[in-house]
Write a protein that binds this ligand. Structure first.
Ligand code: CA
Length: 359
């Protein structure tokens, strides 16, 4: 009797509970968030500018409109390379950029964008997602009050645009080149003068001869930047950036204050933008290169001697940069250990496959 009465009561509660759940969207006002993102690219610059817009759009749609992000290109809210600081301060809640631009704050950041003669995009992805790299990335950025997510790989980049021919490593002596990160330090070691310009400022500098050479990404992005109108020698391969990836970073306080479901929305949206970005480069590079070559551009492979010298210089640079901070040392050792093992199997898989295909 007691039991029957209890069950009847429980049933009523359950029915009432179900009704409450059905009515929930009408009665419970969920907090809404309005965020600002600043990128390091001109507005809607394809693909990174579009990847930034994509994250904002997906966040809005996947959160049912609870998170709205306004996206600003470089210079619209803050200069191209000021978004890291702006996000730390909480002036903006999201940045879209590349980690090696923050080398001056902490040398370890450089490993999370590109390592000369390092992992390609697949290897970098494997290191970050399944090899423990993301844990280091999170730890490093939490020291800045930020949460990092990979935000757009480019594949192996091109070696860059040169106004004078490169025959030996000595040709880099006195050469003024726009090249960031660890690769830039290798060029400096070879005697070059290295500058770091945001993409919107590279073309005028190259055209006016303020710089003699620049790297950016590869045909898809380089065509849009118009470098073929300012220099005619297009070098490959991109020894300096074999597995480059952009990044999103979120202000940690703002991110942590979101409900968990919206945090996961941001993580997932960053992944979608990341996958899309690689596909855009892989699908668009070949066609863009064909169009570029119609402008009297000469495609040249770096001489073997230069690549050999740069490989040696890269090892020195990596060691020296790793010695600059404890965290850089930790990341460098972790990365090298992963790379060694990854390369051994790649020799039997990727390398053997390409070797066969191009034989
Ligand atoms: Ca680059």
């Amino acid at each position: 009797m007691e039991r029957r009465r209890f069950l009847a009561k429980a049933g009523a509660v359950t029915a009432a509970g179900a009704a409450a759940i059905l009515d929930a969207p009408n009665v419970i006002a969920q907090p809404r968030y309005r965020w600002r993102m600043a990128t390091s690219w001109p507005p809607k610059f394809h693909p990174p500018g579009i990847a930034a817009e994509m994250l904002a759009k997906l966040a809005e749609q996947m959160s049912g409109g609870r998170l709205h992000i306004d996206v600003y290109g470089a210079g619209e809210l803050v200069p191209a390379f000021e978004n890291f600081e702006a996000c730390r301060q909480g002036t903006i809640q999201v940045g879209h950029s590349a980690a090696y631009y923050w080398a001056g704050k902490e040398p370890a950041t450089q490993w999370f964008t590109a390592v000369p003669f390092g992992l390609n995009t697949q290897g970098t992805q494997a290191w970050l997602v399944s090899g423990g790299g993301q844990k280091l990335y999170d730890e490093l950025y939490s020291g800045f009050g930020l949460v990092p997510r990979r935000g757009g790989p480019t594949g192996v980049q091109m070696g860059g645009w040169f106004r004078k021919k490169i025959e030996t490593t000595a040709d880099f002596k006195g050469l003024k080149m726009r090249i960031p990160g660890l690769g830039g330090k290798v060029v400096a070691k070879a005697g070059g003068t290295v500058t770091l310009l945001p993409v919107g400022d590279i073309f005028p500098s190259l055209e006016r001869g303020v710089i003699d050479a620049t790297e950016w990404v590869g045909p898809l992005q380089d065509e849009r930047a118009g470098f073929h109108k300012a220099a005619k020698l297009y070098y490959y391969p991109g020894w300096h950036e074999p597995g480059t990836a952009g990044e999103f970073f979120f202000n940690k306080k703002a991110y942590d204050s979101l409900p968990v479901d919206i945090q996961r929305v941001l993580d997932a949206a960053a992944q979608v933008a990341d996958v899309w970005s690689l596909a855009e480069h892989e699908a668009g590079n070949a066609g863009a290169l064909e169009r570029i070559l119609k402008h009297g551009v000469q495609l040249i492979r770096f001489p073997d001697g230069v690549l050999r010298d740069f490989r040696k210089l890269s090892e020195d640079v990596l060691r020296e940069e790793a010695d600059k901070s404890q965290f850089a040392k930790k990341v460098h050792e972790h990365y090298e250990k992963f790379k060694k093992q990854w390369l051994e199997y790649s020799n039997l898989s990727e390398r053997a496959y390409y070797h066969m295909m191009f034989a």
